[in-house]
Ligand binder design. Structure first.
Ligand SMILES: *[C@@H]1O[C@H](CO)[C@@H](O)[C@H](O)[C@H]1NC(C)=O
Ligand SMILES: *[C@@H]1O[C@H](CO)[C@@H](O)[C@H](O)[C@H]1NC(C)=O
Length: 406
């Protein structure tokens, strides 16, 4: 291992991540294939809402430190529900399957007032009230999303809707930031009446992603390289690259093997059609949507330290920042919100053993839904799966209906 420098880590990291295997293929002739694609490939969240005859709104939230977030809404008379996307993703994730399968539309059909979050750094939330250097702007991990973006968004929604509480639905990192907020700022517990946590991620020591061990062992080199090369933003939304991504990720694409390989290596997806086949180009044209490198580093740290804790800067700087050489853990026992956890036995990122650690500390788990391994339900399928209606959406809507008598 001694010969690997930061550069090779970074190249590998990029190569094997979100769209890199697929995007590696760039056909000069693929220009014509754009037309064959579903027109939804090119639409942003707002346009996807409008296109299917829902009324959409854009709202701007400013965090206490000046980050500007663009969030979307499908306003209805019912109680507010906030949907929170995963890492490197955006509000698009709740819309790209279209009105028959995506949770945002289905909740709106049921009468809920639907709000779609966008974390700082993704395609919709990339501005700041001040002119910050890139280094300063991108100096955040999931902690700041949970402790700054999320409270600002919740305050905003409650003040707009004049409701005293909202319902929270998060997927993957969208659950991590929930745990961070509710443990660091326990006063926010009283503003959420219920949480649905899809593929919850807190402890990450059992992550099954094939390269996690490699990244974990070489993390310090990777972080130094990243600093030296000033790579602060990772997997930004890039329209052209994402169109290539979607032209390869079609069931009838001659190059679909690349897409299958990407989805297998990154998420363990063996059956291509388990992602909704006619929407696959729409899904893949919307990811990645952008994140900070520090967010990835923070998750990788959790694999090595086996703790769900604040960002580790090394002993010396930790003493400065936290007044202790070890970063403090997030105390999830402080959470008082009733919640349902949905986990799948074959999920690489929300491993059932890790969720067990989490569940032992949580005091208010209302329901715990385990998706049997025989279903081979992988991480992305919680939002993009062809079976999402029966396994996730219908049960979720039923829980929320009983809760609110809507
Ligand atoms: C975490 O919170 C629980 C519940 O309030 C408390 O009993 C416990 O001491 C806290 N743990 C730490 C490490 O602060
Ligand atoms: C899960 O699936 C296996 C087959 O893979 C089956 O033997 C088992 O009974 C199932 N468990 C539950 C709880 O349904």
């Amino acid at each position: 291992m001694a010969n690997y420098n930061g550069q090779s880590f970074w190249v590998l990291f990029l190569f094997f991540n979100i769209c890199s295997v697929t995007c590696f293929y760039r056909s000069k002739n693929s220009g014509n294939t754009y037309q064959e694609n579903n027109p939804d490939v090119l639409l942003n969240s707002f346009q996807l809402i409008q296109k299917y005859n829902y009324y959409g709104e854009e709202h701007f939230v400013v965090t206490k430190n000046g980050y500007q977030l663009k969030i979307f809404r499908i306003p209805k008379k019912g109680p507010p529900v906030l949907l929170v996307h995963g890492i490197g993703d955006s509000s698009d994730s709740w819309l790209v399957l279209g009105p028959q399968h995506s949770l945002a539309y289905l909740l709106a059909d049921t009468g809920f007032d639907v709000w779609l979050f966008n974390a700082r750094g993704n395609r919709y939330s990339k501005t700041h009230i001040k002119t910050l250097s890139r280094r300063l702007y991108w100096d955040f991990s999931y902690e700041e999303i949970g402790s700054e973006d999320m409270p600002a968004t919740i305050d905003y929604i409650l003040s707009k809707t004049r409701h005293s509480k909202l319902t929270y639905i998060g997927f993957s990192q969208g659950t991590t930031v929930f745990f961070v907020m509710c443990s660091m700022l326990p006063e926010y517990n009283s503003l959420i009446n219920y949480a649905i946590l899809l593929a919850p991620v807190a402890w990450t020591k059992n992550i099954k992603y094939p390269f996690i061990d490699f990244f974990s062992r070489n993390l310090n080199d990777l972080i130094s390289f990243d600093k030296k090369e000033k790579i602060y933003e990772v997997f930004p939304f890039n329209k052209n690259l994402n169109i290539y991504h979607s032209s390869v990720c079609k069931v009838n694409s001659p190059f679909k093997l690349l897409c299958q390989l990407e989805l297998y290596l990154n998420f363990g997806l063996k059956t291509f059609t388990n992602l909704l086949p006619d929407r696959l180009p729409v899904i893949t044209s919307h990811i990645p949507a952008g994140s900070s490198s520090k967010t990835f580093f923070h998750f990788i740290q959790g694999y090595g330290t086996k703790r769900f804790q604040r960002y580790d800067y090394g002993k010396e700087k930790n003493r400065e920042v936290y007044a202790s050489s070890l970063p403090p853990e997030y105390n999830v026992s402080l959470i008082t919100i009733p919640m349902t956890l949905f986990v799948s036995e074959v999920d690489w990122f929300s491993d059932t053993n890790d969720v067990e650690i989490l569940r032992n500390r949580l005091k208010t788990v209302d329901k715990y839904v385990v998706i049997n391994e025989s279903l081979q339900f992988t991480h992305l399928e919680f939002v993009y799966g062809s079976r999402v209606n029966t396994i996730i959406n219908k049960p979720v809507i039923n829980i929320l209906k009983t809760l609110t008598n809507i």
